[in-house]
Write a protein that binds this ligand. Structure first.
Ligand code: F6R
Length: 606
């Protein structure tokens, strides 16, 4: 978590850095800060608790001039949220911004007698102090000696007080991308912050040192030998990173789904068949595996659960979905016959990345489904399928989730075909249904005001339960997470049949229940389970496939009829409806929809 940025070049640095921090704010928004190097090498720092807009006002009050600087937006890990713990941290001649966690910071503080000399409670200041300890005019030697002492993850932007107008960068695990811009160079935690200045960038290789100067970027390995950056091109428009007239990114991103799903699916359907030729994935990857294991966190893990339901019933292959954060700590059993699929929007979630490394160490084949090009999870995996969702800025994931689902449908179709569960006709028909998903979702989005109206009935609820079976249950887990994270209403998704094994004790007339019923073979059981909660006084909001028959006698709180697709694909329109429900609750509560409390978009700490 945390966002870092740096700029050196021909222009004033402050505006460029603060604008960049605003883009990176989704990575953390507890505090923000900036350090600008002056012509004489001295460094000015401004930092404060709060949002980047607070930093902007602070900078306005006390002007900060100079054409080389670094900035940081923080998600607190070590040390509370206060000005002193905000970055940048200066120690002696060294000023740093840091993303990551230095696990051995206490030991280092003791070893170098830093205890009484630190001004913050952060691990990052300790790293600055160790750098300062080793710095005697040779920045490379100081960086080399310091990283050898550090345990943990880090992405550092570093200013040395007597080296004016140069930024040094080094990283382990936590990301840094670097670009050359007109008359200068920039670094950032992710490419969206560079997008308006350059489309060409490279990912700083781990344990390499980059030196950013006005004239360009130099890259060295740890032995000081020059290295060649691997340049890449940003694949999305800068315009796609703006709110496009919507009050929040989340609404914009929900509304973009029909388009980005089409962009994810269409290139992967050839001659009517699901096909991963564009991704260079050979069919034997799907033929040779005996089981599949998904590793992912949060929303991405929920996408995996939908994938599991599809794969098991249509491909008839054993599939597990594991929380990436638990995967290696439970000594997960994977081997050369396991295909491990890592799903991640950012491609930087540390648990998912570590799970991929564990899988590889255990000889499994690895396939990443990632949104951000060149991200760590993509690079660590044997194969990668990129979702073409474009930049997802709202902390709550929406379009990344449904494009992950789209890829999982394609994988299901291709795997079923190559493993013989589908003939060509069935595979083609499956692909053609998927091509209809954007239109079905559009029909839901066009009725967003109906869902806005429905959302009012849970606005003041303390708890909301969600119930469904099979695929409906899988998507409700995600619907419930969405509601929790952006509205702060406690919510739980339950497999309908499981409620009466304990949890139904919590159902009263004050507990709204959201039910999703889209699966033909399960509908009668679903409706009986719904009756059970209605009998306990719960008001039920029903999202139902439009072709199912509604019990008009029952007292529904509200009913939203979902456009009909084949049952396996109902996940797509239903997901859009649940996203809108959570969005409108948060909006009408007057919350900051895009930046819910305590969260960050990219989770780079374990
Ligand atoms: C919730 C959300 C998170 C992420 C999770 C994994 O809306 O976005 O649960 O899904 O932190 O992140 P990625 O997909 O970047 O690995």
């Amino acid at each position: 978590m945390c966002g870092i940025i740096g700029y050196t070049g021909g222009k004033e640095a402050e505006g460029i850095i603060v604008d960049g921090l605003e883009i990176l704010e989704y990575r953390g928004y507890d505090s923000a800060g900036i350090a600008v190097s002056q012509k004489d090498g001295s460094v000015q720092i401004r930092k404060c608790v709060g949002r980047v807009r607070d930093l902007r006002s602070l900078c306005r009050k006390g002007e900060i001039q100079g054409t080389c600087g670094i900035g940081h937006t923080r998600w607190a890990t070590h040390g509370g949220v206060c000005d002193a713990n905000a970055h940048p941290h200066r120690f002696g001649k060294v000023t740093v911004v840091h993303n990551g966690i230095i696990e051995n910071y206490r030991g280092l503080a003791k070893k170098y007698n830093l205890q009484d000399r630190l001004r913050s409670q952060t691990d990052s200041e300790v790293a600055a102090a160790v750098l300062a300890h080793f710095y005697n005019g040779d920045p490379f030697a100081a960086i080399r000696k310091t990283v050898l002492k550090l345990k943990g993850t880090f992405a550092f932007g570093i200013l040395f007080e007597d080296i004016s107008e140069a930024i040094f960068a080094v990283r382990n695990v936590s990301p840094i991308v670097i670009g050359q811009v007109q008359e200068g160079s920039m670094l950032a935690s992710d490419v969206t912050a560079l997008g308006q200045y350059t489309k060409e960038y490279f990912v700083l290789p781990e344990f390499h040192v980059a030196v950013l100067k006005k004239e360009g970027v130099e890259l060295y390995d740890m032995s000081g030998e020059p290295a060649e950056p691997e340049w890449m091109t940003v694949s999305w428009d800068v315009d796609k990173s703006s709110k496009g007239g919507y009050p929040f990114y989340m609404e914009k991103e929900i509304m973009e789904q029909p388009q980005v799903i089409a962009e994810t699916v269409q290139p992967r359907i050839c001659g009517g068949m699901p096909d991963f030729g564009v991704d260079g994935i050979p069919d034997n990857l799907f033929e040779d595996c005996k089981r599949i294991c998904v590793v992912a966190c949060g929303t991405a893990m929920h996408a995996g659960l939908v994938g599991k339901a599809l794969m098991q019933s249509l491909v008839r292959i054993h599939m597990d979905v594991e929380l990436a954060s638990e995967f290696m700590y439970t000594d997960a059993i994977v081997d050369e016959e396991t295909l491990v699929i890592a799903i991640s929007q950012s491609g930087e979630t540390i648990d998912t990345l570590e799970a991929v490394k564990y899988a590889k160490k255990n000889s499994a084949k690895t396939l990443a489904i990632v949104n951000v090009r060149g991200a760590s999870v993509a690079r660590a995996s044997d194969y990668v399928i990129y979702t073409n969702a474009g930049p997802e800025i709202a902390v709550a994931s929406t379009k990344a989730y449904t494009t992950q689902l789209a890829v999982l449908y394609l994988l299901t179709g291709r795997m079923a075909y190559v493993r013989g569960s589908f003939g060509e006709t069935e595979a083609k028909s499956f692909a053609s249904q998927l091509l209809l998903a954007p239109e079905a979702m559009q029909q839901v989005l066009d009725r967003k005001e109906e869902i806005h109206y429905i959302a009012r009935s849970i606005l003041n609820a303390k708890d909301v339960f969600m119930m469904g079976r099979g695929l409906d249950y899988s998507i409700l887990l995600e619907g419930s997470l969405k509601l929790k994270e952006i509205s702060y209403i406690h919510s739980e998704a339950y497999a309908s049949g499981e409620l009466k094994h304990g949890t139904i004790a919590l159902i009263t007339e004050d507990t709204p229940v959201v039910a999703v019923v889209t699966q033909s073979k399960l509908q009668s059981k679903e409706f009986s389970n719904i009756k059970e909660v209605q009998s306990r006084g719960a008001g039920v909001i029903l999202f139902m496939k439009e072709t199912f028959e509604l019990d008009k006698e029952a007292a529904w709180e509200s009913v939203f009829q979902l456009p009909a697709m084949e049952d396996s694909f109902m996940v797509m329109p239903a997901s859009a409806a649940l996203q809108l429900l959570a969005y409108y609750v948060s909006l009408d509560k007057g919350l900051d929809v895009d930046k819910p409390r305590n969260l960050a978009k990219v989770v780079t700490v374990e």
